[in-house]
Design a protein around this ligand. Sequence first.
Ligand code: NAD
Ligand code: DAU
Length: 380
Amino acid sequence: MNFLVTGGAGFIGSAVCRHLCANPAYRVTNLDKLTYAGNLASLRPIENAHNYRFEQADICDERAVLEILRRDDIDIVMNLAAESHVDRSIDGPGTFIETNIVGTYRILNAALDYWRGLPAERKSGFRFHHVSTDEVFGDLPFDGGMFVEETPYAPSSPYSASKAASDHLVRAWHETYGLPVVLSNCSNNYGPYHFPEKLIPLVILNALDEKPLPVYGAGANVRDWLFVEDHACALELVATKGRPGESYNVGGNSERTNLGVVEAICDLLDARRPRAGGTSYRGLITFVTDRPGHDRRYAIDASKIARDLGWAPRENFDSGLARTVDWYLDNKWWWGPIREQRYNGERLGQGPIENSPTQNSPVGNSLIENRTDESSKVAT
Ligand code: NAD
Ligand code: DAU
């Protein structure tokens, strides 16, 4: 079976490539533009595997995608390529519209063209798997409720709005043109090879650098955390066994407040790499201005994928977080160059807006001691 994984040099895409390549019956083509978030070092464990190849390309380039689909005889497209960071979407939504909406439109066109030309026996087996997020559903109150597949879309950020638009396009290509699509909507991932703009790796690396650990607002917002390798297993199941036209929610059943996550990281580091002087890393926690439009709580009901496809996560949050902290302690070769050359942890997502689709530069650089913000949805 031949897979085309887009965004395979990113955090989740590289985990998917590493996971799929472990199966000798699979061949994997990784198509990635190599934006700031793409990193071929994340593919080092498989870069010489017989069943893996890399192709630098943009999903917005319909012709290039079509050529690759034909050249590599693709059976399954897994579309992970995206701009993925909410804070960057606040500073500069343009690239999010380009890649997440226009790019999805372009790759759908290429896939449809390719699929129409397949012989009947391969046509029925072809799948276009679109990898999406729980953020399309908006947010939940603190005191209850979970996202199910039927929850209406209500995205809050430019990022989640662009992902919602892409999901709608994918469904439209199924309903209108018959393209066999499957979708998945997942909660927050964490684990090895996570770009250190996201909460968990940012906090680990800032702590090791003795820098402030920025907690937005009061740290009361809740996310449902899933270890990335468990997500990769879920994605293989959805791509190979999911029913065309259906979507599957994926989550870790591990709800935590942001402050709880940051404190747990501090406690793990206190045990593994004690600070000089013996005080806790918790002393570095700094409450900063909230994210505009900050979603309060996400929680995923993953019973459909468990029931229909037999998926269950292997890691719980404590075991997965410990593995993650250990990985960062052991793999400075991976994150050192990123912190030095690409992103050193400055605050993102406070605007003002950058309109250029090619410019997505960090804006704002200050950690402000401030627990309240009028734009926050969290009562403080
Ligand atoms: P990431 O930012 O780590 O990686 C994105 C990858 O896409 C990078 O390698 C980048 O170079 C590539 N890319 C960007 N624009 C491209 C383009 N135009 N053409 C080709 N490649 C391009 O993202 P991630 O966290 O691995 O997320 C992957 C997917 O999973 C995204 O679609 C995201 O919306 C979705 N998702 C992420 C999470 C999460 O917690 N990280 C949760 C649910 C869903
Ligand atoms: O829910 C799935 C989504 O999870 C994915 O679709 C996104 O691609 C992924 O980036 C992630 O989005 P979040 O915005 O939830 O992730 P992030 O790591 O940026 O933030 C997690 C929480 O931590 C969020 O409530 C904001 C907060 N936060 C984040 C940063 C970077 C802080 O308190 N301080 C920080 O410095």
